[in-house]
Write a protein that binds this ligand. Structure first.
Ligand SMILES: C[S@@+](CC[C@H](N)C(=O)[O-])C[C@H]1O[C@@H](n2cnc3c(N)ncnc32)[C@H](O)[C@@H]1O
Length: 288
């Protein structure tokens, strides 16, 4: 029998990634490593730093500004080492008060997470749309909720490579102002690409090309893989090739995944570059 990860205060981690024990509000919380707070740090910084430009899109007759979280989780996390409970990405965006988003679109395939999101966002229901089910299958439905002429940012934060699909990014990228922060799971790829046939297929689907098979010959080429991903994004009009991706590292200081930023506007690139200079742990990673 596989040993289940124990979470301080949360009990064993469930198969859906949540703690056995709910949060103080009685609703499910996701059991996370401390590094999830690094991801949330960058997200918070980015949302804060984009407030002035977002403000221009808010108000009557303006295009609006949406935050889209297609792998949203339940809205709160518990750090397994410490038991601390924090807002997850959907609530970080929802609770932001400077030039608040006019629309928030959340999606998750786990019914428990959808119910938790509904309860936690109930007082803001007029701004929030929650779409249950597989976000890759539902991407047209999700996209139809995004203000077409708005200033929009999507967080694409799957647990694993299997859920990251380039055709989903392609659909989001059809919107004119659709910035992206993408969790690119290098750890999962490194662990599994050699021995797992599914991983090879998933990598092709994540990158939207199988050309990696000829260029990615060694695990040392992981930076090249991120470059290829960015080249693919540039084919959608994203010009962020020179923007470093931000490593999210585990307790042993090893990158688990990279946050890849993509915007069609150099101003977005400049903001991401600027906010990522402020590291959450004081350590500087090598960005690709
Ligand atoms: C890493 S967690 C999200 C964490 C959240 N973004 C945060 O920072 O608080 C990934 C979430 O994606 C959901 N998920 C995984 N595959 C999915 C899919 N194909 N469609 C929709 N949700 C999916 C999982 O249920 C899980 O809640």
């Amino acid at each position: 029998m596989t040993k289940r990860t124990e979470c301080t205060g949360g009990g064993p981690k469930l198969d859906n990634g949540n703690c056995t024990n709910p949060g103080p509000d009685g609703l499910p919380v996701q059991c996370v490593g401390i590094w999830a707070t690094d991801k949330h740090h960058y997200l918070r910084q980015y949302i804060g730093a984009t407030r002035s430009v977002r403000k221009k899109f808010l108000g009557p007759g303006k295009g609006g500004a949406a935050f889209i979280d297609i792998f949203a989780g339940p809205g709160m996390v518990r750090v397994r080492d410490t038991g601390d409970i924090h807002p997850g990405s959907p609530l970080i965006a929802l609770q932001h008060r400077e030039a608040p988003f006019s629309k928030l679109v959340f999606a998750d395939r786990e019914p428990a997470n959808v119910a938790a999101l509904q309860a936690r966002t109930a007082s803001d229901a007029a701004r929030v749309k929650i779409i249950p089910g597989d976000s890759n299958a539902n991407i047209d439905k999700i996209a139809s909720q995004i203000p077409e002429y708005g200033l929009n940012i999507a967080l694409v934060d799957p647990f694993a490579l299997s859920a990251l699909k380039f055709r989903t990014l392609e659909r989001l990228g059809r919107l004119p102002r659709m910035d992206l922060i993408i969790h690119f799971p290098t750890g999962d790829i490194k662990r599994n690409v050699k021995q797992n046939e599914n991983t090879r297929q998933w990598l092709t689907e994540a990158l939207g090309t199988d050309s990696w098979m000829t260029t990615f010959t060694s695990m040392k080429d992981i930076g090249r893989l991120i470059e290829l991903f960015k080249e693919q994004l540039s084919s959608l009009g994203y010009g962020s090739m020179s923007v470093p991706s931000e490593p999210i590292k585990n307790n042993k200081n090893l990158p688990l995944y990279y946050l890849v930023y993509a915007s069609k506007n150099p101003r977005g690139d400049a903001i991401w570059k600027s906010i990522t200079k402020n590291k959450p742990t004081g350590q500087r990673g090598m960005g690709w």
